[in-house]
Design a protein around this ligand. Structure first.
Ligand code: MEV
Length: 444
């Protein structure tokens, strides 16, 4: 076996796993072992819960859990839980929330909640033959998963419809696309179980009807993370004069400059990618904090952004004679029951912090945060520039890294008010402060 490879890693206990890792991949095994163990949860019971979310766990990976207060969404006040590692994001969300709080707050509406599953199959039959067979067997095939769907149907969900599709690009390939309502759950497990159950019935019935001539094979069954009909819209709007003066710009100048920036993201994919990344700074942070699947939400949002063949901004802005309106429309599949939402100890608290919302309410909250984040980013970009806010945080991170004392912190903040912050500049500044020529009582 190659050095650094191992058989049976998963069978080792946690200490054994760490031991093997540190001995094979680190220069200072003992220190790393100690550090990794120091992040184990103090309670064995809680650690077990965390370990249950993944495999081969050796420690925990801490991320900041933050709150952005003062979000008014559909006239309700929220403190928003956010998990994110990037400085400025939470401050920006909180600042946009505070700004819109006095201007009517955020309005959000869920436009649709349909999820999608796909059974991919190969079959030598003509589409017309397979299609007419599918139509006459559809009810029986879909009914074959009654036991699996019973609970969901009782909650108001279940299967909404199914169609057989053909694709001219691929011979002998067909797809059964199924629409679902999954109520307050994201629905991934439910949809995948239904698909696999239906697929079994499909094959059995087809073989029964066509015998040796069946030639129908299931390629795969899986939900689609693209849910363009699970769509939510959040907006902010106010009379232009109410925007107030923004960084020296008149309300009208600001409104037009802002709308231009959004327009650029609508027409240029390079800018759209960064623009939408800013939206996902907010969206992902809440999706993560509430124990939802941020990869699914991201993938879906980006596909939607490219739905007409070009990647474009997910948000839009309109400035008419009197009003400024800014909105975000995005599809997403999230839940407030199932998955990690109720078993991750902090995700559970996040959901409680939000007042135990339904999945639809959570979609509205998340979208409003995405819009707030986008508003804050564009407001900075078209006025002061983004670095001003970022650099404040960056400076504080660098000072922490360089173990600055409180006095050094104060002096550095004052000194860098009108200077460019870089690791070297901060390092040099502290070196001077710490040099023996500077009276030390000033810097302690
Ligand atoms: C940085 O994480 C996000 C921004 O780049 C978003 C944007 O440019 O709109 C500031």
């Amino acid at each position: 076996m190659k050095k650094g490879t191992i058989k049976g890693f998963s069978k080792l206990n946690k200490r054994g796993k760490i031991k093997w890792i540190v001995e094979n991949f680190f220069k200072d095994p003992e220190a790393v072992m100690h550090e990794l163990v120091s992040y184990w949860h103090g309670s064995e019971e809680q650690q077990k819960v965390l370990d249950g979310f993944s495999e081969n766990t050796i420690s925990n990976f801490p991320m900041p859990f933050s709150v952005a207060p003062n979000f008014v969404i559909n006239d309700q006040v929220y403190a928003i839980p956010m998990v994110i590692e990037e400085s400025s994001v939470v401050a920006a969300a909180a600042s946009a929330a505070r700004y819109w709080m006095d201007r009517g707050g955020f309005k959000a509406t869920v436009l649709s909640t349909i999820k999608v599953g796909q059974i991919h199959l190969s079959c030598l039959q003509d589409f017309s033959i397979l299609s007419s067979w599918f139509d006459s067997n559809k009810k029986a095939i879909l009914d074959s998963c009654c036991d699996v769907t019973a609970n969901m149907v009782e909650r108001g969900g279940g299967i909404l419809g199914a169609q057989l599709l053909s694709f001219s690009e691929e011979e002998d390939y067909y797809q059964i696309r199924i629409q679902f309502e999954t109520c307050d759950s994201m629905g991934a497990n439910f949809i995948n179980t239904v698909l696999e159950t239906i697929a079994q019935t499909l094959v059995a019935r087809h073989q029964n009807d066509f015998g040796d001539q069946s030639h129908l094979q299931i390629i795969m069954c899986i939900l689609s993370n693209y849910t363009p009909e699970s769509l939510v819209r959040a907006s902010v709007s106010c009379p232009i004069h109410k925007l107030g003066k923004v960084a020296g710009l008149s309300p009208l100048q600001f409104a037009h400059r802002f709308a231009k920036a959004v327009r650029i993201a609508e027409i240029d994919p390079y800018r759209a990618t960064t623009h939408n990344k800013g939206i996902f700074n907010g969206i992902d942070a809440v999706v993560l904090a509430t124990g939802n699947d941020f990869r699914a939400v991201e993938a879906c949002g980006h596909t939607y952004a490219a739905r007409d063949g070009q990647y474009r901004s997910l948000s839009h802005c309109m400035v008419d004679e009197t009003h400024f309106t800014f909105w975000l429309e995005i599809p997403m599949a999230i839940g407030t029951v199932g998955g990690l939402t109720k078993i991750h100890p902090i995700a559970k608290r996040s959901i409680e912090m939000l007042g135990n919302p339904s999945a639809q309410q959570l979609m509205q909250i998340i979208t409003a945060v995405g819009l707030a984040q986008n508003f804050a980013a564009i407001r900075s970009l078209v006025t002061t520039g983004i670095q001003k806010g970022h650099m404040k945080m960056h400076l504080s991170n660098l000072l922490n890294q360089l173990k600055a004392t409180e006095a050094e912190f104060r002096m550095a903040v004052e000194y860098f008010k009108d200077k460019v912050v870089s690791h070297k500049a901060v390092h040099d500044f502290l070196s001077i402060l710490r040099s023996p020529d500077v009276p030390q009582e000033e810097t302690e």
